[in-house]
Design a protein around this ligand. Sequence first.
Ligand SMILES: [Zn+2]
Ligand SMILES: [Zn+2]
Length: 82
Amino acid sequence: MFKNECPGSQDIKSPRPEEIKCRSCGAEVEIWTDETEAKCKACGTVTNRLLGASCLDWCAFAKECVGEDKYRRIQAGRSSKN
Ligand SMILES: [Zn+2]
Ligand SMILES: [Zn+2]
């Protein structure tokens, strides 16, 4: 469908759920591939993770690739981690 799409923008444009471990209690927490943080259902801790290398890291057109809303949200999530 999208022939010239960046491989790195897939996970952001078509997010899918992944499981990460809560850093507090070790429970499985569902996080979508376009999300940088998710709340543990068991203990309520918000677990952050870095998004993997994506379009945003190398692509001059990342904003267009993933859409401006998502671009801004992800960049904001990244910078808030300091
Ligand atoms: Zn937890
Ligand atoms: Zn791109």
